[in-house]
Write a protein that binds this ligand. Sequence first.
Ligand SMILES: Nc1ncnc2c1ncn2[C@@H]1O[C@H](COP(=O)(O)OP(=O)(O)OP(=O)(O)O)[C@@H](O)[C@H]1O
Length: 591
Amino acid sequence: MSYEFKTEDAYGLARAIGADIHEKGDELFFKYCPQCRGGGNRDKNTFSVNLKSGLFKCFRASCDYHGHFVELARDFDYDLGFGEKRVYRKLPQKPVVVRNGAIEYMAKRGISSEICRKYELTTRTDNKDILVFPFYDETGTLQFVKYRNMKFRKGIDKNKEWSEAETMPILFGIKQCKDFDRLIITEGQIDSLSVAECGFNNAVSVPTGATGFTWLANCWDWITKFHDVVVFGDNEHGKITLADTLRARLPQTVKVVRKKDYLGEKDANDILLKYGKQAIRAAIENAEIPQLENVKDLALVQSVDINALPKIKTNIPDIDRLIGGLVMGQVILLTGKRGHGKSTFMSQLVCEALDQRENVFIYSGELADYHFKRWIDFQLAGTDYIKAIQNIYGDYEYTIGDGVIRQISDWYKGRAYIYDNNWLPEDGAEFESLPETIEKVIKQYGVRLVCIDNLMTAMETVQENDQLYLAQSNFVGQLKKIAVKYDVVVILVAHPRKSKLEFDNDDVAGSADITNKADVVMSYERIENDDTCDSKLSITKNRLFGKYATKDKAIKLCYSERTKRIFPYGLYPRHYGWEDYFQPVEEELPL
Ligand SMILES: Nc1ncnc2c1ncn2[C@@H]1O[C@H](COP(=O)(O)OP(=O)(O)OP(=O)(O)O)[C@@H](O)[C@H]1O
């Protein structure tokens, strides 16, 4: 009977696999693609099922899982009940004769002849090299048979293991179970036999590997009678196979063997062969309900003194007093009217970080890299090393000698990195978003201060930005996660929404979530008619310390056209660390 797509089936499948979903237009979005789980970056909402056509697709290029819902249902063992109950082949029920070939082979795997006899292992009459595993249900009826080629030659023989066609998949070892107390489920037959070898009465294994769960419906009434279940799957890529699905689908307590109790081995049989029966017993007794990976016991959370958190000082005393400096793990939003000096202030903070021996990464979507370098070189150089020449209009032009620039560059070489705006992925290569690059530079170059100038241009590096506000919110959310995960500071420059006399947090252009997700919000603006300063910095959000600097309490600052430095009035000129190594060059003596 052919299948007609129904929207309730899409919802039903989502429920069965425990997916987080939301409907948008005709699409049913899954928070994570069930196939790729969002990849290494855990990309969200890349997978959807069209509720009209039943077609599904994951938009991650490297996944590209797509097709019709009926295929999705097949892949995730979701029964679409095509209207007919599947009819399986009835097998002849004659007693199994246990043969020596099976006993000898299993002896090499640490399984005794008693266990071989109990589980009725044998070899085929037509080929003594094929081991036979008979699968009986609780009534003792043979339902399923699995074969294993004991002399399997890779690349020559077709299959190492296969099963009798059209038979009903059930668990191996049902008939041999003794009571409904504790059931131990393994992936492979030899693993459940290893468990039985260690004295456990209720040891079973799945019929068709870690991803096939058709057996669950066939064994449902039987398996749900057990008081609890221990999953002893294979230890693969840091995960225990079978565990997630069985924990999601079985109603009783499901414990899982702890990763550390595998002692670096892959499965129960490997543990038995290498470390003996006691190691298997300990693994089963120590099995536990896995802790939720995303929930912690508050009492075990490390207590920290927020005043002692690692930070980069701005060396502008009023700012450090109010926000404690640029505290690691924070996203700091820097806003202000166009052309008022946000980028200049940001690069000044880069100088401070470099002086405190912290590595930095800058994304400057508007300034060419050489332009950014020039600004920072001026700020680092300071008045003594900048030459002022009057031009034909009577204005001053400022330059730094090549020798000084060389010495400044040598000082920050290998510690300051800038995003290459001309970078394009090679043909066919996947586009890398800015957050991905940021994670890489943090890991590879030990970066502790990340500066993004600015949000709008950075969004161009984010692939799915057609819904701009959502994309911005996700982007800032990703930055916050990176800041916390790697204990770094992120400074994000963003434009204000509108020109008002006084800035407040709702004035950042774009999604309101931008300010929600930032830890500190500050705005920099020029001011006029003040004898002691020409700009001010307001602090309108300060998550850690709660202190603000707004209106007439805003921090007053001075700007030097010559050095591009921003500093508090009256503060002694700042000298940066490169000067400690300064070697005068004759034509470039400090002026
Ligand atoms: N008081 C001041 N503070 C900071 N920069 C100033 C000041 N006065 C003039 N400037 C200069 O103004 C120019 C523009 O500054 P900058 O690019 O830092 O502003 P911005 O707010 O980042 O601009 P945009 O909104 O276009 O990104 C720079 O050359 C900067 O050195």
